[in-house]
Write a protein that binds this ligand. Structure first.
Ligand code: DGY
Length: 327
């Protein structure tokens, strides 16, 4: 029997390729530039399975163009690129990669918290410019992290990981979420459930860990930025459209908040032009989960979801297993 045909929109990592190559006839898109949408649709036309990234939309257009497709595996935990109801309508299993990137992402949120508060990049740029005149008392004074209040919006696995790390900085931890965490989690992490307005008003650092949904789109808007302390910092490692970038740029310009560190953007790879020249902003290219170990685990997880499916098992990370009645 011939092996199922799979399209992988990136070459992935050797460990994941080994799994795909052993089980499938895999067509890898290897050039460094992204496949065009037209090419993607063409290549998907005869495929039984798809491994894609968060940059590719799995929607009716693609599902119509790939009538044989049975499973689409995005190598990301966030799956706003996948229209899950459309997959269900086309009887395509959709999977993501939860769990394996939580600690790496929480580490990176902390990297940004420290870097923006202590003006790390400004210091680095100054030294490299050759204009640093030597030590002085008031140079690049930032804000303390120790003993401050951390506000976490979205208290899932990654948000809790960020809270766990805050213990080492003696921080007061506030969180808000649509659903309150169990009492044991609150106790273990010394985290206090508050309404969003309280969090906006009282936090010195706000770290975002919500999925992108209609309810979270532009959650950070002019009105909510106005509620924040003038000394507060915003950190976003979730999804770009959670922050209204134009409103953020305006708030920074008007000194409504002290700074922001963004790993994700509203229209990647574009960044709002008003943010680019600002020294009170750190911009990183969506790398919060980008350790070799973690990105490898994500790719392997996606590959294993395909293997499970084509072996007749329920893919461990299926998003629409129940809707499709998978056993
Ligand atoms: C995800 O997985 O959703 C991240 O944004 C990239 O790791």
């Amino acid at each position: 029997m011939s092996k199922p045909k799979v399209l992988s929109t990136r070459p992935l990592f050797p460990e994941a390729r080994a799994i795909l190559d052993q089980n499938f006839q895999t067509d890898y898109w290897t050039p460094p530039e992204r496949t065009s949408r037209a090419d993607l649709l063409k290549r998907a036309a005869d495929k039984d399975g798809l491994v894609c990234l968060l940059t590719e939309k799995v929607n009716d257009e693609l599902l119509d163009a790939a009538p044989k497709l049975r499973i689409a595996a995005t190598v990301s935990v966030g799956y706003d690129n996948v229209d899950v109801p459309a997959c269900t309508r086309h009887r395509v299993v959709a999977t993501n990669t939860p769990g394996v990137l939580d600690d790496t992402t929480a580490d990176f949120a902390w990297t940004l918290i420290m870097a923006i508060a202590r003006r790390l990049l400004e210091g680095d740029a100054w030294i490299r410019s050759g204009t640093w005149p030597g030590w002085d008392l008031d140079q690049l004074v930032g804000g303390d992290v120790w003993d401050k209040t951390l506000g976490i919006i979205g208290f899932g696995r990654i948000g809790r990981g960020v809270a766990r790390r805050a213990g080492g900085f003696n921080m007061r931890i506030l969180y808000s979420d649509a659903v309150r965490a169990p009492a044991e989690a609150e106790q273990e992490l010394h985290a206090q459930f508050v309404d969003r307005d309280t969090l906006f008003r009282e936090a010195d650092f706000i770290s975002l860990h919500v999925p992108l949904m209609p309810e979270t789109h532009h959650l950070i808007c002019a009105e909510n930025l106005e509620k924040m302390k003038r000394t507060a910092y915003l950190v976003n490692t979730s999804r770009g459209p959670v922050v209204d970038e134009a409103a953020l740029a305006q708030a920074l310009e008007n000194k409504k908040i002290a700074g922001a560190a963004l790993d994700v953007f509203e229209n990647e790879p574009k960044v709002h032009p008003a943010l680019l020249p600002r020294k009170d902003v750190i911009l990183t290219p969506h790398i919060a989960s980008a350790s070799l170990e973690t990105r490898t685990k994500m790719a392997v997880m996606a590959a294993n979801n395909l293997v499970a499916f084509f072996e007749g098992r329920r893919p461990p990370n299926a998003l629409n297993a129940d809707a499709l009645g998978l056993k």
